[in-house]
Design a protein around this ligand. Structure first.
Ligand SMILES: Nc1ncnc2c1ncn2[C@@H]1O[C@H](COP(=O)(O)OP(=O)(O)O)[C@@H](O)[C@H]1O
Ligand SMILES: Cc1ncc(COP(=O)(O)O)c(N)n1
Ligand SMILES: [Mg+2]
Length: 558
């Protein structure tokens, strides 16, 4: 049965949920005392017997590593910038499991909140019981608590199922100015919820509301607010200054009852700050779940928010004043290959050489642009002696040239430079980082090529998840000292055995390129050249000449 109408009809909601009880492995709610005893034992570092914590009956292995686990009790944001969705992303990005108890469903986007549908408090209670009774929660983080009843239910659940820490983000008004919690819950917040909090994280407006309208305009005001809020019961207070007027940096004030810490970070110039508060609180909860102290958790969370904002500052999503940001620091990826590499890109593979550029007094960017204009279909930046910082700058500058032409740019050897510049991939030799390790660092989208001289190496490159192999030297070459050659026969043998596309390399020039490409196997996709195009007065001219020769030969062969 479909579970739609969850909010409007709690009867259906219950029905959707109940069948699990009839499932063979379904476990009824454990009695509260056993759950809190397990927690207590874990906190004290005592391992309980399998029989005692009920694991034997379920056939579970208690020696398994326990996942740090945050439960967020918050509202859903349909635009996924804040609320439950931000909490899930923040915890996942910080390597912590996150379960969710949904208190309200909001219709929301970058413009504002268009609607709020509050989940019935009995159903919030049911969600809380389901998770807390079974799933070994370390830290509870609260966000939007839209009614007094829901606050009450939460308090009762936390009494029944104690956790190691409670992070309270007193969400009341969204950054867009929409009211997310009824002002009547303020009293309940002040009287009870703050008492249970290990940390409370109000923004300026929320701190002011909790303090009966106190004006908060300076860092000193924030300090005063933190002190008064602390006297209401939470172990620590973080007053967030994201909205502090006329501040060049983003200042938050932390107070643990003894010491104040002003936490400063550069203020990122961006519209994409929707969900910063939820993210910060979730990240604090995540770090606490991993075992951090409160101050370290807060510092790390702040640094994480700043990093994500900086990364996402130019992202454009939605037409409103407040866009979401990218918790995984990955959305900006724009590869020339679009994540798919066919091998046809290898047709005319130009490998740069800074010595030759110096000789011809040609900056690297100019050499790359000329090669592309002449018809190069892929570029490899080979900088054996460049300083790292210079290499990254050069790679970034060359990427700007390659991207509009959709010509992939690979980095020779240096996975760090490829990562730092967001290049399209790397080419590694047999003594460089193994392709399998490079793959795990670069992820599935980037292109990885491996130099191979034998059938075994070609097979290993395939096993390691490479995209192509470079085979050679075909002929002796001056650009690589003491390089043994495989000759045309070796090239052919390796092509026939290789499951990956092949580019031939080593001593290839205008007079032998057609012979090389003509040896037959269909997975021989192209030739790689260095001096033939770059050790010349006109890079465009030489590349164009080679490109048209090769194209003609291929057309004739077909
Ligand atoms: N533009 C910004 N640059 C850097 N950090 C920011 C920026 N805006 C907010 N922050 C930080 O994000 C966190 C959330 O703060 P804030 O936006 O004030 O809370 P909320 O999202 O609850 O309104 C704080 O650590 C704050 O300093
Ligand atoms: C469901 C939900 N929870 C929390 C917030 C606050 O987030 P922000 O202060 O960044 O607008 C929100 N807008 N929506
Ligand atoms: Mg904010």
């Amino acid at each position: 049965m479909a579970c739609s109408g969850l909010l409007s009809n709690s009867f259906i909601a219950n029905k959707c949920f109940r069948p699990r009880r009839h499932h063979k492995l379904a476990v009824p709610y454990p009695r509260s005392f056993s759950s809190s005893r397990v927690h207590l034992a874990q906190n004290l570092g005592i391992s309980m017997s399998m029989e005692e914590n009920g694991a034997t009956k379920q056939g579970l292995d208690v020696s398994r590593k326990k996942l740090p686990h945050v439960l967020t009790v918050a509202g859903s944001d349909s635009g996924a910038g804040a609320g439950i969705q931000a909490d899930l992303k923040a915890c996942a990005a910080r390597g912590v499991y996150c379960s969710t108890v949904i208190t309200a469903v909001t219709a929301q986007n970058t413009v504002g909140v268009q609607g709020v549908n509050i989940v019935p408090d009995e159903f919030v209670a049911q969600q809380l019981k389901s998770v807390l009774s079974d799933m070994e929660v370390d830290v509870v983080k609260t966000g939007m608590l839209p009614s007094i009843e829901i606050v009450k239910v939460l308090q009762q659940s936390l009494k029944e199922f104690p956790v190691r820490a409670v992070v309270v983000d007193p969400v009341m008004i969204s950054t867009s100015g929409d009211v997310l919690a009824d002002p009547s819950i303020l009293a309940r917040f002040r009287e009870e919820l703050l008492m249970m909090a290990d940390i409370v994280t109000p923004n300026l407006k929320e701190a002011s509301t909790l303090l009966g309208g106190m004006r908060l305009e300076t860092v000193d005001d924030m300090r005063r607010a933190a002190k008064i809020l602390h006297s209401m019961g939470p172990r620590s207070v973080l007053v967030k200054g994201g909205d502090l007027p006329e501040s060049f940096d983003a200042v938050d004030v932390f107070f643990d009852g003894e010491e104040y810490h002003e936490l400063h970070s550069p203020r990122v110039k961006t519209r994409n700050t929707h969900g910063t508060g939820c993210t910060l609180a979730s990240c604090i909860a995540a770090e606490l779940a991993k075992g951090s102290s409160m101050l370290s958790a807060v510092k790390l969370a702040k640094r994480y928010v700043e990093t994500a904002l900086e990364y996402s500052k130019d992202i454009i999503l939605g037409n409103g004043a407040q866009g979401p940001f990218d918790h995984f620091l990955r959305l900006k990826h724009n590869t020339s290959t679009g994540g798919t590499f066919s091998g046809n890109e290898l047709f005319l593979y130009a490998v740069t050489d800074s010595g030759m550029n110096e000789k011809w007094e040609r900056p690297m960017e100019v050499a790359v642009k000329e090669a592309i204009k002449g018809g190069a279909t892929i570029i490899q930046l080979r900088e054996k002696d460049a300083e790292t910082r210079k290499f990254i700058e050069t790679a970034k500058a060359c990427l700007k040239i390659c991207r509009p032409y959709k010509v992939p740019l690979l980095i020779n050897d240096r996975i760090d430079v490829a990562l730092a510049s967001d290049a399209d991939g790397v080419h590694v030799g047999q003594s460089d980082m193994p392709a399998r390790v490079a793959r795990s660092l670069l992820g599935p989208d980037k292109v990885i090529g491996v130099s191979c001289k034998t059938v075994e190496q070609a097979h290993q490159a395939w096993l390691d998840g490479a995209d192509y192999i470079g085979c050679g030297g075909v002929y002796p070459t001056s650009t690589k000292a003491n390089n043994s050659t495989v000759g045309l026969d070796g090239l052919k043998t390796i092509c026939l055995a290789s499951k990956l596309p092949v580019v031939a390399i080593g001593g290839i020039n205008a007079s032998n390129a057609i012979t090389v490409l003509g040896i037959g196997p269909p997975n021989l996709k192209g030739v790689a050249v260095v001096s033939t195009v770059f050790d010349r007065s006109s890079v465009v001219g030489e590349t164009r000449k080679l490109h048209s020769m090769l194209t003609e030969a291929v057309l004739k062969a077909n």
